[in-house]
Design a protein around this ligand. Structure first.
Ligand code: DGJ
Length: 738
């Protein structure tokens, strides 16, 4: 049994072969944190790990006892005001205005498997034996309210998931002002915090900072998880590298506002909290009402960052993503966005599709501009019916024709948005989020529909299913192109406005759930101006996500490298686009563009008809290559070998499950002069197998490639100038000799 409750010492120990998580009921009946880290032996008594001492000025709980102060006790789900002066996990305003709460241990249950989270995305099990769940009920008898803290430990993975459920069983009208999904007090501060930060078109750059006394955090208050900060942090020891050392990952399964914070107190305790951002959140709880927080996924690794990432990849690929495409290689697509923008009609699209089919591409995706009066970004959003001026046979006719060519057809939607110049807005001007008597900001000329209003969600659903039902649609790209502002819902009363941002996200999840269950065979790709919603919440509904609007191969190296800290290659939308690149105007070879895009779902985003015969022939070969190897790219094990954040070279490798095939991606953006010799030690191979290495055309055993390394030196000196120049990339294919 991976969860033990030691009755005598009132101690919980969650463990498997890799990790241990220990906490206990304290003498004030609250929960105290004792240990989280590498697996240790179970024992009845871990009380020696509970540290307290007398501190000047500390407010103490028990009269006559000068040691027991919550100010310096490590806790599980703390509140502010009864001694603890740090940031809390929970804050409840009561009818008399008091915010003092005291939740005592009441009971617990240990159950096989993992329960679903109502209306929220979460990791799951397919078989009860995969995980065990502990539900600890805490109770505050003054306000007659309970909290259930849930912990699930996976049997074979170094993973614990956490969330909290709060229920008002009493008669008071309470306001939940903050409800984090987890809090964890770690006994020291000797960590660096890793975060994935950036902006539009440079999402998820890897940043490290040393923990210092005080607060360090990443967050979103934009209504989406954001380009700027991903809902993830990791705490790594100073000596932790990609392959050695201790690191703790925290990933939030949510797509809206979030806070991931580490507070280091004066006694060097690091308090990690993660959950919905408390700013702009306030949830009235009347008698019988409850609130469910989203889930946090904690991963522990004692073998460095790469092992942490692989744990997330495997879990998110197999036990977060769902549906037909969870286990299937993804169709190679062409998307018309950068090829045409809004300037297309049926003839142009069919011409593009014909060429795509000839080149071996499997799916044609029609992006923005097919609906309403959408000829630019000023109009049309909300009118999810075809623009018959552009598409005389509608989506039904167009998709039929593309289907008849032997290709799948995919369609773009931005279901949460509306332009003022649309039939929807003219009919329902009060369906947007807007604050009475105030101007509303637009973003890209669009306004946000009030997804906290079920009537709006249902209306959009009806429009979408009409067009989907009458057409041949195999893929949907769900976009979202602006941050929220002036958030206020006309269907909520004043006291409930603090619910709107979360209810909006619940509305988005509800629509996703309705669509994915009605159309289990449709592949969904999430998108938010590129990567503003590249988060685990989205992955539950859409197994792949458009990684970034920046399609330049060199830029993408950093973006995909950072994204791989948490998310598997099968989740990264990656396309070859035209040159000069539309974001940075760079001209990279078509080989390099593909060599970056192979490490993802793969497709093209350009007008294939504007390419030369020679380029089209290259594409035929690229498509054939991807078809041959996509199982390895999308479902192999991925290792980062050299970081683009540390120099001019990036190297990574993906290895097939049977270790018979591996593909090394090598990228060297800038040509250097007279550079030194280079080699890189590979990982993940079978040391006893002999591999044939392409490019070098040699045979080497796995142990040689992993211990001596793969020679990647350029031939920039001497006669052979092949493969030199800026934006160089190489793919080494390693195949085990039989
Ligand atoms: C933003 C997306 O990221 C792009 O790929 C494209 O779909 C545009 N929106 C269309 O408006």
């Amino acid at each position: 049994m991976p969860i033990q409750f030691h009755k005598k010492t009132q101690t919980f120990h969650l463990y498997n072969n890799q990790i241990s998580y220990i906490f206990k009921v304290l003498k004030n009946h609250q929960l105290g944190q004792l240990y989280y880290g590498k697996a240790i032996h179970d024992r009845e008594n871990f009380d020696h790990l509970f540290e307290i001492c007398q501190r000047p000025m500390a407010p103490c709980t028990f009269e006559g006892d000068l040691t027991f102060s919550l100010e310096h006790i490590k806790q599980e789900y703390p509140s502010y005001g009864s001694g603890d002066m740090r940031h809390p996990a929970i804050d409840i305003i009561q009818e008399n205005g008091s915010r003092i709460i005291h939740f005592e241990y009441q009971s617990h249950e240990i159950i096989k498997g993992k329960l679903k989270l109502k209306n929220l995305p979460a990791t799951y099990v397919e078989n009860e034996s995969e995980a065990t769940t502990l539900r600890v009920t805490l109770y505050d008898h003054i306000i007659d309210t309970k909290i259930i803290l849930s912990y699930t430990i996976y049997e074979e993975r170094p993973v614990i998931t956490r969330h909290a459920y709060i229920e008002n069983c009493g008669t008071q009208k309470l306001i939940l002002n903050q409800a984090m999904s987890m809090s964890l007090d770690l006994p020291d501060q000797d960590y660096e915090m890793i975060e994935l930060t950036g902006a539009w078109s440079r999402e998820r750059y890897v940043k490290n900072r040393q923990l210092e006394q005080g607060i360090q955090s990443v967050y979103s208050l934009r209504g989406c998880s954001s380009h700027n900060f991903n809902p993830f942090i990791a705490l790594k020891r100073k000596d932790c590298t990609e392959y050695n050392g201790e690191v703790l990952g925290f990933s939030f399964v949510y797509s809206g506002n979030f806070l991931a914070q580490v507070e280091v107190d004066t006694y060097h305790v690091s308090r990690v909290t993660m959950g919905i951002h408390p700013h702009y959140f306030s949830w009235p709880l009347q008698h019988g009402e409850s609130f469910q927080t989203p889930e946090v996924v904690m991963v522990y690794s004692s073998h460095g960052l790469n092992a942490m990432s692989q744990t997330y990849h495997q879990l998110y690929q197999k036990r977060l993503a769902r549906g037909l495409y969870r286990d299937q290689v993804r169709p190679i697509l062409v998307n018309n966005w950068e090829g045409t923008y809004f300037d297309f009609d049926e003839d142009k699209i069919l011409e593009m599709a014909k060429t795509a089919q000839k080149l071996g591409i499997e799916l044609f995706v029609l992006d923005d501009g097919w609906f309403g009066k959408r000829n630019n970004d000023l109009a049309g959003l909300g009118d999810w019916y075809p623009n018959f001026d552009k598409l005389p046979h509608g989506i039904a006719g167009l998709s039929q024709k593309i289907h008849d060519m032997g290709m799948k057809f995919g369609l773009w939607f931005e279901p949460e948005m509306v332009n003022k110049d649309s039939d929807l807005y003219r009919a329902h001007p009060n369906w947007t989020l807007e604050t009475p008597n105030r101007e509303s900001c637009h973003g890209r000329n669009q306004f946000i529909l009030d997804y906290s209003n079920p009537e709006v969600v249902d209306y959009i659903y009806q429009m979408m299913i009409k067009i989907i039902d009458e057409s041949h649609i195999s893929y949907i790209k769900w976009d979202m192109n602006r941050c929220m502002s002036e958030v206020y819902s006309s269907v909520h009363e004043a006291s409930c406005q603090g619910k709107v941002m979360h209810e909006y996200i619940l509305g988005v999840y509800h629509l996703y759930e309705m669509l994915t269950s009605r159309y289990p065979d449709i592949l969904f790709e999430s998108c938010a101006s590129g990567g503003a919603r590249f988060d685990p919440g989205m992955m539950y509904y859409a197994p792949q996500c458009w990684t970034s609007d920046d399609t330049d191969a060199i830029e993408r190296i950093k973006i995909q490298y950072g994204t791989s800290y948490v998310y598997p290659l099968s989740s990264m939308g990656t396309h070859v686009s035209a040159i000069p690149n539309h974001q940075v105007f760079r001209k990279t070879p078509i080989e390099t563009r593909a060599n970056v895009a192979y490490f993802g779902t793969f497709g093209y985003e350009l007008n294939l008809n504007q390419l030369s015969q020679e380029e089209q022939e290259i594409i035929v070969k690229q498509v054939q290559f991807m078809k041959e190897y996509r199982e390895v790219f999308q479902f192999g094990t991925f290792y980062r070998l050299k970081s683009p954040f540390e120099g001019n070279e990036t190297v990574w490798i993906v290895v097939s499950q049977d270790q018979n095939t591996a593909i090394v991606g090598y990228y060297r953006p800038l040509q250097e002069v007279n550079q030194g010799y280079r080699r890189v030690k590979l990982l993940g191979l079978d040391e006893k197998k002999e591999y044939h290495v392409s490019i070098l055309e040699i045979d080497c055993y796995g142990d040689e490639l992993m211990n001596v390394g793969l020679i990647t030196s350029d031939s920039s000196c001497g006669e052979n100038k092949d493969g030199n120049g800026d934006y160089l990339s190489k793919l080494y294919i390693l195949k085990a000799n039989s």
